[in-house]
Ligand binder design. Structure first.
Ligand code: PEP
Length: 265
């Protein structure tokens, strides 16, 4: 097994030009550059240029939070994969529960949730576009609290994987990252217990093994855990055999905390 751990920070819709620059510079100073860990930061689109500059000559990679699947055209408000490649973006989050309109704690009014309309079909189109343009997708999957309570955790995740990765050749997926993000644990302070996170990440790896047996993908694909990861719980989560690092939201906005999480990977 030769998977390099990955810790990716998702800044979500936070930071402006000056606070974002201060955050990334502080993180660059605090993070241990000698570690054998891949680190990525996913700022909002408006900060890609500034963060790119700050990351030049570091080993920290740049990520984006979303993408549109067409290369160009009449898609007002959208950003395409070729646009992201101009900033040397290495990773792009796809299918985050928030872009799917699934919120752990409701922060938007019920009748506006349709705005966040990502489906497994759009996830699939986005992954195909990213792979075509050489950007590694971070595919987020995970169950809502209602699905967990109804005993549908595995079936919900299986559908997200079946449909999100439909029609993609295993040979293209060696750099795929899958993030298990239980919706009820995102931004809520509730972390999934490490043994349960390990069980579901193992389920995801088994899905990869079953669906791509010929490519030995299960040994290459990195499976991350995301959902209220902090320095205090990251060591135990990252020590699980099927958890290859974390997708970190809130804690990635604190450079000391995020550097400590990286140190635990
Ligand atoms: C996320 O946004 O992917 C996430 C896991 O957020 P948080 O760490 O804040 O729960």
């Amino acid at each position: 097994m030769s998977r390099t751990p990955l810790v990716a920070g998702n800044w979500k819709m936070n930071q402006n030009q000056s606070t974002g620059l201060a955050l990334i510079n502080s993180f660059v100073q605090k993070v241990d550059m000698k570690q054998d860990v891949d680190v990525a930061v996913c700022p909002p689109f408006t900060l890609l240029a500034k963060v790119r500059e700050a990351l030049n000559s570091t080993h920290i990679q740049l990520g984006a939070q979303d993408v549109f699947w067409a290369d160009h055209g009449a898609f007002t408000g959208s950003i395409s994969a070729p646009m992201l490649t101009e900033f040397c973006v290495s990773f792009c989050i796809v299918g985050h529960s928030e872009t799917r309109g699934r919120f752990g704690k409701l922060e938007v009014e019920e009748d506006t949730i349709g705005y966040f309309a990502e489906t497994n079909k759009t996830v699939n189109l986005k992954i195909k576009s990213l792979l075509y343009h050489g950007i590694n997708p971070i595919l987020c999957v995970g169950e809502t609290l209602a699905e967990r309570e109804a005993g549908k955790t595995e079936s919900a995740i299986k559908t997200q994987l079946d449909e999100g990765l439909a029609g993609i050749d295993g040979a293209e997926l060696h750099t795929l990252v899958i993030a298990y993000e239980p919706v009820w644990a995102i931004g809520t302070g509730k972390t999934c217990a490490s043994d349960e996170a390990e069980r579901i990440c193992g389920f995801i790896r088994d899905w990869v093994a079953k669906n791509y047996p010929e490519d030995d993908l299960a040994n290459d694909v990195r499976v991350l855990y995301g959902g209220s990861v902090k320095a205090a719980n990251s060591k135990e989560l990252f020590s699980q055999p099927n958890i290859d690092g974390g997708l970190v939201g809130g804690a990635s906005l604190d450079p000391t905390e995020f550097a400590a999480i990286v140190a635990n990977a």
